[in-house]
Design a binder for this molecule. Structure first.
Ligand SMILES: [Zn+2]
Length: 127
């Protein structure tokens, strides 16, 4: 599903798209000004579909949309973890629980146990 807030942004601006060079591209058929309710509703529906399609084209091509106010992974409720990876080969060594500040703590005993279980030879076993 295309990101709905981006699709709505496109739909709301479809009547007058501001080009980064400072001029507007106008699609007057998407103007809602002075239109009867039934026409305005049809225009809104069509503009929404176009906005969704534009977002879908970008997302299908691998692009993603992010806004500075989007919740960060650390802001989401529930337990969090990160993955300890080998810096040389990127192999995932072990998950580590983290707190809301994305800090992880481990007891000395657990650290010693963990270090005994991780193969120090790189590249690591990929199984
Ligand atoms: Zn490695």
């Amino acid at each position: 599903m295309p990101r709905p807030d981006v699709a709505k942004l496109y739909a709301d601006h479809l009547e007058r798209l501001p080009h980064p060079d400072g001029f507007d591209i106008r699609f007057l058929e998407y103007s809602r000004f002075g239109k009867p309710d039934d026409v305005r509703q049809r225009v809104n529906t069509r503009a929404t579909h176009i906005g969704e399609a534009l977002v879908n084209v970008a997302e299908t091509a691998g692009y993603s949309f992010h806004h500075p106010n989007d919740p960060k992974p650390a802001d989401t409720p529930g337990p969090k973890s990160t993955m300890l990876r080998c810096l040389s080969c990127g192999h995932e060594l072990t998950p580590l629980p983290v707190n809301d500040q994305l800090e992880s703590g481990i007891t000395q005993h657990a650290l010693a146990t963990l270090l005994r279980t991780i193969n120090p030879e790189c590249p690591h076993d990929q199984t």
